[in-house]
Design a protein around this ligand. Sequence first.
Ligand code: NAD
Length: 297
Amino acid sequence: MTRIAFIGLGNMGGGMAANQAKAGHEVLAYDLSAAALERAVAAGCQAAGSAAAAVKDADAVITMLPAGQHVRAVYASEILPNTGPGALLIDCSTIDVESARAVAAQATEGGFRFADAPVSGGQAGAEAGTLAFMVGCAEADFPAVEALIGPMARAVIRAGDYGTGQAAKICNNMVLGASMIAVCEAFALAEKLGLDPERFFEIASKSSGQCWSLTSYCPWPGPVPAAPSNRNYEGGFATAMMLKDLKLAQEAAAKAGAATPLGAQAEGLYALFDRLGGGAQDFSGILELFRGSAPVK
Ligand code: NAD
């Protein structure tokens, strides 16, 4: 049994911490939200009075926090000064590459093993223990990271050294954001040209336009029954979350001097859809923008 401190028990962290408790680990949980902490206790975790109290005597610390500033602050004031030597520290939040590398440097200077390990799979994957983890860590530490992540995962892939887990996450989501827009534009154009969208789906899914956004997550209702397009774009991956990841990709591209013009366009279009009221909708709801209608309420 491993003693795990779990900090950040929101939509994602709640299910992830519960799966660690289910796997038989002792989970000391902490969140600023009392309601989130209560849910974690109901799922088999123990409540800690603070992040500092949770990490004391922990073998491993997992964080699942909103953004880079939260991770930097919790590491600086709670985790690094209070965790026992040799503990394994894993940050699963989606944050900027620079913050991930800064925290990794502080952690390793303090004698800790560290991994940035953002996830793909959403709240449903967090609850089912079927998330995909993209890991940036020292090669020698990967077996321990993989073993600890196991109860929360269907796949754990090492991307490379510190920060590359975050790089993989934002590059992947930049492809996803841009490809979804391309698929939505094509459906809207097909409709305007008098081509039945379902027939277009049949043809494109067997032609060179085939991609995940089309065949696994079709934004047009009908062809892919499990896709959020069949439930008014509720649930799924919120536009606001996609926008966050596209902003991170643009910031990283600017700092690295990389040209990502399609990523920039995608960010602008999701920002517009968000301002029109689509922020809480699944990101495939952006189809409505190209069809010239307001977000589905
Ligand atoms: P969330 O807002 O539901 O949860 C974040 C939790 O962190 C909240 O409960 C909040 O109270 C807590 N928190 C904030 N500051 C804290 C502090 N100083 N100490 C303790 N707790 C603190 O967010 P979420 O949807 O669970 O997302 C978490 C991370 O996972 C984000 O980085 C997000 O980008 C990423 N992510 C989310 C999804 C998704 O579908 N929701 C998918 C993949 C990745």
